[in-house]
Write a protein that binds this ligand. Sequence first.
Ligand code: XLS
Ligand code: NI
Ligand code: NI
Length: 477
Amino acid sequence: MKKVGLLLILLGLSAASFLVFAEAPTCPADLGGKCDDSDDWKGEFFAGIPKIKYEGPSSKNPLAFKWYNAEEEILGKKMKDWFRFSVAFWHTFRGTGGDPFGAPTKFWPWEDGTNSLAMAKRRMRANFEFLKKLGVEWWCFHDRDIAPDGQTLEEANKNLDEVVELAEELQKESKIRPLWGTAQLFLHPRYMHGAATSSEVGVYAYAAAQVKKAIEVTHYLGGENYVFWGGREGYQSLLNTDMGRELDHLARFFEAAVAYKKKIGFNGTFLIEPKPQEPTKHQYDWDAATSANFLRKYGLIGEFKLNIECNHATLSGHTCHHELETARLNGLLGNIDANSGDAQTGWDTDQFLTDVAEATMIMFSVIKNGGLAPGGFNFDAKLRRESTDVEDLFIAHISGMDTMARGLRNAAKLIEEGTLGEVVSKRYSSWDSELGKQIEEGKADFEYLEKKAKEWGEMKVASAKQELAEMIFQSAL
Ligand code: XLS
Ligand code: NI
Ligand code: NI
């Protein structure tokens, strides 16, 4: 069996999920010893796991939905259309459980410990069985998660084409499509200084070639979006960094991507995924406001939207709700990487979201946005290192989907009830006056306002009613 000689220990814990196996387990008996050169395992990957059904809140079955009822309509839209849930290939099918202190812990029965093409194809078949059983119609991938890298770009592209062909075939028999594709521009050592912001012009060119191909295959597979997560676009020290030049390069890169997208007729949305730190000390796409400012400065604001990841929001010192609202108010809310961090831990722990209050606030933004389509909810989330049963993959996603579904139900209830909305409109009612209207229309200059201030004198300022708002919110959970 071909051994994978690549032992990469990365600093960022979440990045460890992108690793290929460091230590190859032996070929499992049920693969008949044909691990690395054949794609002939046509059996069930998730034997014993049925198609996951909705059983309602009283169900105690861990392999059933209690709140997510795909076809049920909430506020005039089917639940499945509010969410457009997606499985992240890298976490679910490439996550090994390895971390900077420990070896992989997950040895799924279909894995043979190699990074061969045959293994990549088998994994793709497993992906589609998983999606179908879970009842999810979308998946997300990086180029290098789904197919092995090559010694040359040509070889890498050839590998990718082979796996993409299989994915296309597997998609055909279903409604499943990529929610988005992306290029992995951070694992390979060539990207140590970044990709589009690398100090090496050759690396910039290589990254461009990789993104070009990744856009092509996303388009080919009918993907609805394409994501640019910063990877290593950032710096470790400003002392050796020309930040202005790097940011200009990043803008040139995006411009070229936009031009190429138009050239090949890819109509999917381009999304930037903000993240403040990890793997670099400072990532350029720090948060939604920083990314919006970047896009505006370089005249790219109409060409991109944002993919907000909840754990990235918390790392930047914001709530997920804040990031969603910032994106929404700028007309940039395109997709959500649904996950959550840990209140005591300062890195991207990529946990499945299980906080119903948080989910309710997220859904407030999504409802106000009229949904996310053509974006959706991608579970950029992974099992804990210690969760090693195949069924844990299902349980994690079911729990995440149920949590979001409860959030949707609660948010819809609060909006229909209207009491929370009343607290807000009452709070701003002074702005419904003649003066408020004049100000909002830009018709009140400082002299006029001074005259009004003198006329009105000291006024009574009303309570913010925060505790009342919190009481109403809590009662809906
Ligand atoms: C890493 C990012 C990554 C992107 C896709 O923190 O969340 O997973 O979503 O490259
Ligand atoms: Ni993400
Ligand atoms: Ni992340």
